[in-house]
Write a protein that binds this ligand. Structure first.
Ligand code: Q46
Ligand code: ZN
Ligand code: ZN
Length: 314
């Protein structure tokens, strides 16, 4: 197995590209793919301040590293979700990466700031953990980006993630989501610009990138992910990819090129109907945003306990 570029022994094959790479040229390919995605979708402009949503996993650390390598100014934000040992380990990996590179990492602890953690909050609010978690992360990352004066919020979603989400949205014809499933969403209505620079790289490649760059990422998956639909869609696409390399890429980029535009008008109408949440000011279609409702429900037992204790003491 020889490197496509230099003909030296290769360390990895990328079947989708029908190519093998040595370490140096694999890393260069990853940087080129990210630079191309940034350029193709006008994700980041020179001088923009980027805030990276960091989980301590391979994708978020890879995208942070790649942005810095490409010369962009990028800080990190980590949210402590309170998912037992998984959260402790993910925080340690995020911290270790930031300090090894001299990068700024801000941490927000869900329980300390908002009075709940994901496992107990989701149970109390009668929501699936990933639904409560996704809503919390989206709100907190958006708010931190706006409050911190960042130009762009960066996430580590890769090609496998985006193809799996697209697969699920198509399977159930969730057209309002299809209109927004883009690698870049412009800043509007109080939301920051959101970008996904890893869309041209698969998760096997982001893992290999970390290993070859010496980035110590958290290998364990979140324990709450077990059995969720997203993983099922990924498995299904992996089976297709195994017999037909390049299918994921064609599926996702074919959608962006030929189909996404058909769903955009529905998404734009949704956006136009947003107003400021009466509690927190975040954009919402209703009076109070979904996050503030979740905080009310998820943090309830703690409030009740405090009130009862106070009554008992009076
Ligand atoms: S962290 Fe949160 Fe994920 Fe864990 S609870 Fe689900 S959404 S699986 S990216
Ligand atoms: Zn080479
Ligand atoms: Zn709100």
């Amino acid at each position: 197995m020889k490197c496509r570029v230099c003909r030296e022994p290769a360390v990895i094959d990328v079947r989708r590209q029908n190519a093998n790479y040595c370490c140096e040229h694999f890393l260069r390919m990853c940087r080129d793919q990210v630079a191309r995605a940034i350029d193709e979708f006008a994700m980041v402009q020179p001088g923009d301040r980027c805030l990276v949503a960091v989980s301590g996993g391979k994708d978020s650390l890879a995208v942070w590293d790649l942005l810095v390598e490409l010369g962009y100014a990028a800080d990190g934000l980590y949210i402590g979700l309170g998912i037992g040992e998984y959260s402790d380990a993910s925080r340690d990996h995020a911290r270790a990466f930031a300090s090894s590179r001299g990068l700024k990492l801000t941490e927000i602890d869900l329980r300390a700031e908002y009075g709940y953690d994901i496992p107990t909050g989701a149970r109390t609010a009668h929501r699936a953990p990933c639904s409560a978690c996704g809503l919390s992360k989206r709100h907190i990352f958006d708010k931190a980006a706006i409050d911190g004066g960042y130009d762009v919020l960066v996430t580590g979603h890769n090609l496998d993630d985006e193809a799996a989400v697209l697969f699920g949205n198509v399977l159930h014809w969730q057209t309002e989501y299809l209109g927004r499933q883009l690698p870049v969403l412009p800043a509007q209505n109080g939301f920051p610009r959101k970008v996904k620079p890893l869309v041209r790289l698969g998760e096997r490649e982001t893992a290999a990138y970390c290993v070859l760059r010496g980035i110590d990422y958290l290998v364990d998956e979140c324990p709450m992910a077990a059995g969720n639909r997203h993983l099922g869609y990924k498995d299904a696409l992996n089976q297709i990819e195994a017999v037909s390399p390049g299918s994921k890429f064609d599926f996702y980029f074919g959608f962006l090129k030929r189909a996404a535009g058909h769903f955009r008008s529905g998404a734009e109408v949704d956006q136009a109907e947003l107003r400021a949440c009466a509690r927190c000011g975040a954009p919402t279609p209703g009076e109070v945003c979904a996050f503030c409702k979740l905080v009310d429900q998820a943090a309830q037992p703690r409030t009740v306990t405090v009130m009862l204790n106070q009554r008992g003491h009076s």
